[in-house]
Design a protein around this ligand. Structure first.
Ligand code: DMJ
Length: 575
């Protein structure tokens, strides 16, 4: 009986428990599926609710790596500590000097007549963002008491605009309108205005700040770099917006009108222009040095005025189409996307011989800004809606926007691949293999690309160095803000760790390394100012939350100085 009772009871228990275990299993499985396939399920619900065709994500997106835009405080603080390590050494050894040499623990100026505070001004807004109040106050005091533009010497127009004018304007905005910075900015811009007094309106490369005179570049008299003349507009336009004085805007805008007329038919721009005649000179076409920020500022002028000036969208889209048609290439081994250069050549010594263009598979580190730039343009000029999602959905972008997104993701991947070196840092210039390369003479050729001229036992070529440049982390920052994809933070952290391991000088500061493929490294005694203004700022913002300098409200000048987006009160005369 007990057995029967036992068994009946047992049978009753099983019959009773089976649905309970089953329900538990179903509940757990549903929870797991919702977690694992939340995006897919969400889309399913949308369809079920009668909303249109299910949205699809863009290439490069992986739901499992989405983490949103919350700050990573530990990593962000590590970057602030790195900034302090760099700044405090400069302040100790070289306060006020234009440049810093951390190994000899000395400063130097760009001219013998004295400096204009390149490093101090370039670093101001980073300190404001990082909340380094004590350091910031000391830097502000230097600007107030020691800074002067009364220097009888020639300064580079473009560098002075992007670092000093841009730095002052950004500090003005982020400090909540400290008049000191606007006064200094206006003083500087007024001294620079004579550079535009050329027959074409293109600015001369140099300016004597005391004499208020434009000066030709001694190395290239009569010529100006395309990137240099077209990378002053965000700063001069914002100054007009702040002061209600038109002249800065008009001078900067005139340059763009000259370029628009002079553009080569396919939308590409060579790297030199004739400053008298305002026309392009037969010279290299590339996204690297002397070309890079021309493309950057076409897009950013469109963004700066809240997408109201269609002329910049049109110029930018023409240029990016031409880049896709002529410069974008795939590497041989792994199909990495990179941008090559077009070099003009004549077949003989005869100046009347036919001109041809040679495609050179060389990509500067500088080009690595372009991946992020394309992601940004895909979600601005290439967007079909005003505010795209994070990450963007396929249907929110135009066909051009989708193309640019794809190329942008691929270019960032390539730039990360160039960090696959012994130090984890990328070289100044990477050459991509093409079938005709004689690879036996090249050392350290890891598959798709190599450092040209690197030979065992010899001093490394210029191409092999890493000089604390920001372009890859700039693109990673933009990519993270637009996707919330943790992989971009992981890449940024790996780069930061490599900088800490190989560029940090124990007594203070960070230095250039001369060969990214050599450990232990050899240093060069220089810490570029853009390390403080760009590299560490973009890293800091990469690990900050999405509300810190949101891309919907700010546009970064090419030296990473954030300027607010505005609807222009001054009427543009350019359309
Ligand atoms: C910076 O001075 C600017 O980003 C400029 O546009 C080009 N490159 C350097 C940093 O690499």
């Amino acid at each position: 009986m007990s057995r029967r009772y036992c068994c009946q009871t047992s049978g009753q228990q099983n019959a009773f428990n089976m649905p309970r275990y089953f329900s538990l299993f179903v509940a757990l499985a549903t929870a797991f599926a919702l977690y694992q396939y939340s995006d897919f399920v969400g889309r399913g619900v949308q369809v079920w609710l009668g909303q249109d065709e299910p949205s699809r994500q863009l290439p490069g997106w992986s739901p499992s790596s989405y983490i949103g835009l919350e700050a990573d405080i530990t990593k962000r603080d590590a970057i602030v500590a790195a900034f302090r390590h760099a700044w405090l050494a400069y302040e100790r050894d070289a306060m006020g000097a234009d440049e810093y040499h951390p190994i000899s623990r000395k400063g130097s100026n760009l001219t013998e007549e004295g400096g204009i505070g390149y490093t101090v001004v370039d670093a101001l807004d980073t300190m404001l963002l990082m909340g380094l109040d004590a350091e910031y106050q000391r830097a502000r005091t230097w600007v107030e008491e020691k800074m002067t533009f009364e220097r009888d010497a020639d300064f580079n127009t473009f560098e002075t605009t992007i670092r000093v004018l841009g730095g002052l304007l950004s500090a003005y905005h982020l400090s909540g309108g400290d008049a000191l910075y606007l006064t200094r900015a206006r003083d500087l811009a007024d001294r620079m205005l004579p550079v535009f007094d050329t027959p074409s309106g293109l600015p001369l490369s140099m300016v004597n700040l005391q004499k208020r005179q434009g000066v030709h570049d001694k190395d290239n008299p009569g010529l100006v770099s395309t990137a240099e003349v077209s990378t002053i507009q965000l700063e001069f336009r914002y100054l007009s917006e702040l002061t209600d004085v038109d002249v800065y805007w008009k001078k900067a805008e005139r340059v763009m009108a000259v370029i628009r007329t002079a553009r080569m038919p396919p939308g590409l721009a060579s790297i030199f222009m004739d400053v008298r005649e305002g026309r392009f000179i037969t010279s290299a076409i590339r996204l690297g040095s002397r070309g890079d920020s021309y493309y950057e500022y076409l897009l950013k002028q469109f963004i700066q005025t809240d997408r109201t000036e269609g002329v910049y969208r049109e110029m930018y889209e023409d240029a990016v189409q031409a880049i896709h048609d002529h410069l974008v290439q795939k590497s041989l081994a792994s199909g990495l996307t990179y941008t090559a250069e077009l070099i003009p050549e004549r077949n003989s010594a005869d100046p009347h011989a036919q001109l041809s263009w040679r495609l050179t598979p060389k990509q500067d580190f500088l080009v690595c800004f372009f991946g992020g730039n394309l992601l940004l343009s895909a979600t601005r000029s290439g967007a079909l809606v005003q505010d795209v999602s994070v990450p963007p959905r396929l249907e929110e972008l135009s066909e051009v926007g989708r193309r640019d997104w794809t190329t942008g993701v691929e270019l960032i991947r390539t730039c990360m691949d160039t960090h696959d070196t012994k130090t984890g840092l990328a070289p100044e210039i990477a050459h991509f293999r093409i079938p005709s390369d004689n690879m036996q003479s090249v050392l350290n050729a890891p598959g798709d690309w190599y450092i040209k001229g690197a030979r065992a036992g010899e001093f490394p070529p210029y191409d092999a160095r890493y000089m604390l440049r920001p372009e890859t982390v700039e693109s990673l920052f933009v990519a993270f803000r637009l996707t919330g994809d943790k992989r971009y933070r992981e890449h940024g952290w790996a780069i930061f760790r490599a900088i800490e391991a190989h560029c940090r000088i124990p007594s203070g500061g960070y230095a250039t390394i001369v060969n990214v493929d050599e450990v232990p490294v050899r240093h060069e005694d220089k810490m570029e100012t853009f390390f403080l203004s760009e590299t560490l700022k973009y890293l800091f913002l990469l690990f900050s939350d999405g509300d810190t300098i949101p891309l919907s409200k700010y546009v970064f000048n090419t030296e990473a100085h954030p300027l607010p987006i505005f609807t222009p009160s001054i009427r543009t005369g350019f359309s």
